[in-house]
Design a protein around this ligand. Structure first.
Ligand code: CO
Length: 171
């Protein structure tokens, strides 16, 4: 089922998500809905809080080398922990909760993470490239943080001005 994506500055996006303890049908439905909603909006990542569900889960589905988003590449992440971070990289990020806004963000280049899959199996692995960037971006959502909070003071000010204008124009 398609769900509505919450956009900035809705205050629910600031909420801290809670640990998942049951790997049941309800969780599977949530994950399926997140996938459908993300694909509908042409996103590559989505955290549950973005559809107003404050639970520690996120999904990432990067395009492959043919630039196709295949479901077999979908990664479902439950209760993630970033165990190690290394290096530094700059990437122009976007977010379905901050539509049509893109800005450079600095993040760790490589990460070691642990999480659970939808059946409760623990996975420990390492990521680099866009996967590492997306993972960090989505984990921030679970802490109630958005990528715009990583901008410099001036860039953030400019963003807020433009965003207010944009919201006003839509009303
Ligand atoms: Co986002």
């Amino acid at each position: 089922m398609l769900r509505d994506i919450i956009t900035y500055p809705h205050k629910i996006l600031k909420e801290k998500s809670k640990e998942i303890t049951l790997f049941d049908n309800e969780l599977h439905t949530l994950l399926d809905d997140m996938y459908e909603t993300m694909m509908h909006k042409s996103g590559i990542g989505l955290a549950a809080i973005q559809i107003a569900v404050p639970l520690n889960t996120l999904i990432i589905n990067l395009p492959n080398k043919d630039d196709k988003q295949e479901k077999e590449d979908l990664v479902e992440v439950i209760n993630p922990t970033i165990l190690e971070m290394d290096g530094s990289t700059l990437y122009t990020e976007g977010c379905l909760s901050v539509p049509e806004y893109y800005e450079d963000v600095q993040r760790a280049e490589r990460i070691k993470v642990s999480y659970f899959d939808r059946h409760g199996n623990e996975i420990i692995t390492e990521y680099d490239g866009l996967m590492a960037i997306a993972f960090q971006h989505e984990c921030d959502h679970l802490k109630g943080e958005l990528f715009i909070e990583k901008l410099s003071y001036l860039k953030r000010k400019k963003f807020e001005k433009e965003w207010k204008k944009k919201i006003k124009g839509k009303k």
